[in-house]
Design a protein around this ligand. Structure first.
Ligand SMILES: *Cc1c(COP(=O)(O)O)cnc(C)c1O
Length: 478
């Protein structure tokens, strides 16, 4: 494709992109296709001859789009958002064009230096001590795995990296019974073993009970285990519960255990001074992760990973084969030594665009709007006696269920809520997901899409009530 042809196609696609952003609400939020519909429409092998862009783009519209769940539709209230924003998309276009592989400083100095600066902006913005260093990773899962590996190497004095697990076993990782599956996955990959991930029980608000953590660690030490790492969650995926960081930090400090903080979603909200209190105790932690690709309007993937002592991280991951040696080694950061992959995308550009476009003021305004909308919905749910909050609202996440007073059987209520979720999502007007809290089937509504406004939440709440009543009505007729 020559530059003129590229220009023509790119203009067409930019037009399409702007139209999409303008009309994204007209698409069903959750893709309505049946399994294999898309697969069966795609040719079974590489085409023999090159095809025209017009044909490819036509298929994009006709084959690809129906299989899209529209995460950028403001009525997307499922999981946690994976937001974009116009400045982020523009930066991604430029990044794709430059096609940089920023593994080392020399392979594109700006990819390293802008990343260093962006991690400082975020570090200072969310209240991480200024002696910490940050690096962009592809996912919170990868950052958590890095934390466990780094903890392992610090504890074994880098012997596992050298000699394998010889004589170094009985490691333990601690997290609450609410923490994300990535902790268990990380522990499995790091050789700790799933059975050595000890899940500490939680209180009514589903926060880790630090007293029980303390007891468990003492018992383990007595039995000859090596407590390796504690993972505290600031904002669990199920209900956005906040583990008591300061109390956990004191335990970690007392026993010299690596403390990793998983704030994958909620981390963005620490840009708000009113939530800074939750970060109390951060100086006792060793690492911290949050995803700008969730609630900070930056395209997936972009994970911010911070460590207190970058030397431990570098000692764990750095490699220097002859073909990677450069003259600037030692003078600059070579981020390939700060994590697992060698090759690295130029991800800091989109962060720079986003933070400059919105400014601190703009970011805070959006985050506060989302939290205010959740507060509004919380009050509405309180007012309607057929609905209840299953746990109190935390930030912008509402966990609730339909609970018509005439139905008392818990299983029947669970079934109704499951049906309610299915009906709502099948309508395509909004998208919610669920979790289970102590056996209660709970609807989760995360209000945080970049463009969500009061009208979307009002409409969603209206629809939820209407569909719930219809389901209850049909039950009665049965
Ligand atoms: C989303 C999430 C993760 C996983 O994030 P990835 O970047 O997809 O790996 C981990 N922990 C929490 C609390 C999350 O919300």
């Amino acid at each position: 494709m020559n530059p003129d042809e590229f220009r023509k196609q790119a203009h067409l696609m930019v037009e399409w992109m702007a139209d999409y952003m303008e009309h994204v609400e007209d698409y069903p939020v959750k893709s309505q296709v049946a399994p294999k519909t898309i697969y069966n429409q795609i040719e079974s092998s590489i085409p023999d001859h090159g095809q025209e862009m017009e044909a490819i783009f036509k298929d994009f519209k006709e084959v690809v789009l129906p299989g899209i769940t529209h995460w950028q539709n403001p009525n997307f209230f499922a999981y946690f958002q994976a937001n974009t924003s116009p400045p982020s998309i523009l930066a991604e276009m430029l990044t794709a064009t430059l096609g940089v592989q920023g593994m080392k400083w020399e392979t594109s100095p700006v990819a390293t230096e802008l990343e260093e600066k962006m991690m400082e902006w975020l570090r200072d913005g969310i209240g991480i001590p200024n002696e910490w260093a940050g690096v962009i990773q592809d996912s919170a899962s990868m950052a958590t795995l890095s934390a466990i590996l780094t903890a392992r190497e610090r504890l074994s004095d880098y012997q596992v990296n050298e000699n394998g697990f010889e004589g170094f076993t009985k490691l333990r990782v601690y997290c609450s019974d609410q923490t994300h599956s990535s902790i268990e996955k990380g522990a499995k990959i790091a050789g700790v073993g799933k059975k050595n991930v000890i899940k500490i029980p939680t209180n009514d608000l589903l926060e880790m009970r630090s007293g029980l953590l303390q007891e468990q660690i003492e018992k383990d030490i007595e039995e000859g285990y090596h407590p390796l790492c504690i993972v505290a969650a600031l904002g669990t995926t199920g209900t956005m519960a906040m583990d008591p960081l300061e109390a956990i930090g004191r335990i970690a400090e007392k026993h010299g255990i690596w403390l990793h903080v998983d704030a994958a979603y909620a981390g963005a909200a620490f840009l708000l001074p009113e939530y800074q209190g939750l970060m109390k105790g951060i100086e006792k932690a060793d690492s911290f992760v949050f995803n700008p690709h969730k609630w900070l309007f930056t395209n997936f993937d972009c994970t911010a990973y911070f460590v207190k002592d970058k030397k431990v991280l570098l000692n764990t991951f750095s490699i220097l084969p002859e073909y990677l040696k450069t003259a600037s080694d030692g003078l600059v950061n070579n981020y390939c030594d700060w994590g697992i992959p060698l090759g690295r995308r130029f991800r800091s550009l989109k962060l720079w665009f986003v933070m400059r476009h919105y400014g601190m003021e703009g970011l805070q305004k959006l985050l506060r709007l989302h939290i205010d909308l959740a507060m509004w919905l919380e009050t509405e749910i309180d007012k309607n006696s057929s609905f209840e909050l299953v746990v109190p609202r935390s930030m912008n996440l509402i966990c609730f269920r339909y609970r018509p007073y005439e139905i008392e059987d818990e299983d029947a209520i669970n079934t109704i809520n499951e049906q309610l979720l299915q009906h709502l999502n099948a309508m395509g007007k909004l998208y919610l997901t669920h979790t289970k809290i102590n056996g209660i089937y709970t609807l989760r509504m995360s209000i945080g899409q970049t463009n969500v406004a009061k009208s979307h939440v009002e409409k969603a709440w209206e629809t939820i009530q209407k569909v719930a009543e219809e389901i209850a009505m049909n039950k009665k007729i049965e």
